[in-house]
Design a protein around this ligand. Structure first.
Ligand SMILES: *[C@@H]1O[C@H](CO)[C@@H](O)[C@H](O)[C@H]1NC(C)=O
Ligand SMILES: *[C@@H]1O[C@H](CO)[C@@H](O)[C@H](O)[C@H]1NC(C)=O
Ligand SMILES: *[C@@H]1O[C@H](CO)[C@@H](O)[C@H](O)[C@H]1NC(C)=O
Ligand SMILES: *[C@@H]1O[C@H](CO)[C@@H](O)[C@H](O)[C@H]1NC(C)=O
Ligand SMILES: *[C@@H]1O[C@H](CO)[C@@H](O)[C@H](O)[C@H]1NC(C)=O
Length: 392
């Protein structure tokens, strides 16, 4: 009897009680400007609809998680290992879908199919699966483009290259002209073939741009396409680059952006940079073929999240990954949205260049080739760089 009363009482108390759910994210990445407005939108929506759910955003910055992304990931890993329910919604770099997959809920079991279908025809296929479980949905997609110094192109009356050979010819010509003017710091091209994580991105997309047709998959490692790609890379280093320039990392790119003494630079697509610089898809072996590696973040649900909060968590998850939020904050803000159908909507195409976003040919990194992606990537880079920078 007493137990029954207590149960009924607690039921009554729980009605109207606010459920607090916690999301965790790292501020030093491409989505950093979006997390807070997303959370704020949800809380307004919750308030206006009497959902009684509050979403708390725990945003780690470089101050409290130190500057390297891996520290954020290390923190997540240790929470998962402790089966912690501290955070319900987890934003994580999509290269970690395999690593964190075992600790994230399979969305196919809890999120309605029509919601997931918005994503499953697109890039989510490449970045959100752990075995056959869907362990996240993509938020912003980061990708690489060719940044172009249009003043120089105009000065020398040249056009934007669509193939690697065109890029070499144009670069060689303008480099020579600039040297005649004693411009010894001029950099005609850099593709970030560095030893850092960006190196594997550069290698993967470069090789992908050598596939036979737009529809072909990533070439087999032992294929002629890979051999051709590696020789072209070396030819480019010899004709329009150097070991020092090719090995440099993003700091060097930032320096060239600020001194403007360059022609072409491969770098992550950032809407803010496109205000002053021209961009185009990266060239390929022939016109119409290109490649751009996939970066960015997923949002997943912690499998240790308190089951009593489950409905609230699902509610928030659906809101944050809704088409409306993607349209308002991602597509219309000139970011690449993983909901590709948005690029068929007039409302979006009135404000952004839908054809450009549709033309990007995305390729995922080899994150599922091994249990230890970082080790696999290091090995891959080492083998290619022995050829590129060695005497072979
Ligand atoms: C939220 O709480 C109010 C009372 O505080 C209640 O009337 C309402 O039904 C609750 N909403 C939900 C979705 O439980
Ligand atoms: C949420 O509501 C508050 C108060 O009405 C408002 O100041 C804020 O701009 C809203 N946030 C968003 C993202 O709409
Ligand atoms: C990290 O530090 C910032 C600035 O001190 C603070 O606003 C934020 O709440 C901290 N984040 C977490 C998750 O502790
Ligand atoms: C620029 O190049 C185009 C085609 O390559 C040529 O037709 C045109 O005459 C050139 N313009 C100048 C000013 O040299
Ligand atoms: C480049 O430097 C050389 C040697 O210092 C000089 O003779 C030449 O006039 C310079 N050319 C230009 C275009 O400034």
């Amino acid at each position: 009897m007493i137990i029954a009363i207590v149960l009924i009482l607690s039921l009554i108390i729980n009605i109207g009680k606010t459920t607090v759910i916690n999301a965790v994210a790292f501020s030093m990445n491409g989505g950093n400007l979006l997390y807070s407005p997303f959370a704020s939108e949800f809380n307004n929506y919750s308030l206006n609809n009497n959902l009684n759910i509050t979403l708390n955003l725990n945003l780690f910055s470089s101050l409290n998680a130190t500057s390297l992304v891996t520290d954020y990931e290390t923190m997540l890993e240790s929470l998962f290992q402790k089966k912690s329910n501290k955070y319900d919604l987890i934003f994580y770099d999509n290269i970690y879908s395999t690593k964190f997959g075992p600790y994230l809920l399979d969305l196919k079991k809890i999120i309605p199919e029509d919601h997931l279908d918005m994503y499953l025809s697109g890039v989510a296929q490449q970045t959100c699966f752990y075995k056959d479980e869907l362990v996240g949905l993509p938020m912003v997609i980061d990708f690489d483009v060719l940044y172009i110094n249009k003043e120089k192109l105009r000065t020398y009356n040249r056009t934007i290259p669509e193939t690697w050979d065109e890029l070499i010819t144009t670069s060689q010509y303008i480099l020579n002209e600039e040297l005649k003017l004693n411009n010894t710091n001029f950099v005609p091209y850099n593709g970030l073939f560095s030893t850092l994580e960006v190196g594997i991105c550069s290698l993967y997309e470069f090789i992908y741009s050598f596939r036979k047709s737009k529809e072909s998959p990533f070439p087999e490692i032992t294929s002629q396409e890979v051999v051709d790609a590696l020789y072209k890379m070396k030819e480019m280093k010899e004709k329009i680059g150097s070991d020092i320039i090719f090995k440099s990392n993003e700091d060097f790119t930032a320096k060239k952006f600020s001194d403007s003494n360059f022609l072409f630079l491969k770098y992550w697509y950032l809407p803010v940079l496109t205000k002053t610089l021209d961009i185009s898809p990266l060239p390929g072996i022939k016109k119409g073929i290109s490649g751009s590696v996939i970066g960015g973040h997923n949002i997943g649900i912690n499998m240790y999240s308190n089951i009593q909060k489950r409905n609230a968590v699902i509610e928030a998850f659906k809101f944050l990954t809704s088409k409306e939020m993607h349209k308002k904050y991602i597509a219309k803000n000139n970011y690449l949205t993983p909901i590709s159908s948005l690029y068929d909507e007039d409302e979006v195409c009135k404000v952004v260049n839908c054809d450009f976003f549709k033309s990007i040919q995305l390729i995922g990194r080899p994150v599922t080739k091994s249990d230890d992606y970082i080790k696999y990537a290091d090995n891959f880079k080492k083998n290619v760089y022995e050829f590129l920078y060695g005497n072979k």
